[in-house]
Design a binder for this molecule. Structure first.
Ligand code: GLV
Ligand code: MN
Length: 193
């Protein structure tokens, strides 16, 4: 859903300041500006969520500048969860490369649409909707996702709510979640940056 480009390409000059719609064009360019190996690097999933994401967006692959798309490599340890998040600037389409993954998104009326899908199967997440994935297979799992934006952005709900800098005041979070300071402080302690 990014704007349409007015030239064949505009490889981003990341040293220049981004303007309204991405980076200024760099010149000269060469073949290597249009290839990226970063999605093939095995990821370390030994973290609390059991998930790791490598993005191929304009910041890691500047050849994508003005082209209106990007991709991620997402790897899961057994039981790993990519926590609920949303992309403000893109619809997401993904394909399972390995394993079995419970994929779900939520409508703005809080209906959950979900399914367990396997290697070769695809899913889609409409722009801006909250979604998550959970590796329900016995082994590891891997997805490749794609976005119709060079920089889709990701608002990750747990860290947005409980790990922001500065913090959201406890008065807001205790009322929002109908709970107490002890619970909110406990959650904040797990997402502190
Ligand atoms: C998965 O939801 C991703 O954003 O790559
Ligand atoms: Mn996503």
């Amino acid at each position: 859903s990014d704007s349409d480009p007015l030239q064949d390409f505009c490889v981003g000059d990341l040293k220049a300041s981004p303007s309204l719609n991405g980076f200024p064009c760099k010149s000269p360019v060469s073949a290597s500006d249009f290839f990226f190996s970063g999605l093939s690097i095995p990821l370390n999933t030994s973290n609390r969520n059991g998930v790791a994401v490598a993005p191929a967006n304009v910041l890691t692959f500047p050849g994508l500048n003005t082209l209106g798309l990007s991709m991620n490599n997402v790897e899961f340890a057994p039981g790993g969860v990519n926590p609920p998040h949303s992309h403000p600037r893109a619809t997401e389409a993904g394909v399972v490369i390995e394993g079995s993954v419970f994929v779900g998104f939520l409508t703005t009326n809080n209906t959950l649409f979900s399914k367990v899908i396997h290697a070769g199967e695809m899913f889609v997440v409409p722009r801006g909707l909250v979604h998550f994935q959970w590796n329900v297979g016995k082994g590891k799992a891997r997805l490749v996702t794609s976005f119709n934006s060079q920089l889709p952005g990701s608002a990750v709900l747990p860290s947005t709510l409980f790990g922001s800098m500065p913090e959201i005041p406890n008065a807001v979070l205790t009322k929002t979640f109908r709970t107490d300071d002890v619970t909110v402080n406990n959650l904040k302690s797990k997402f502190a940056v």
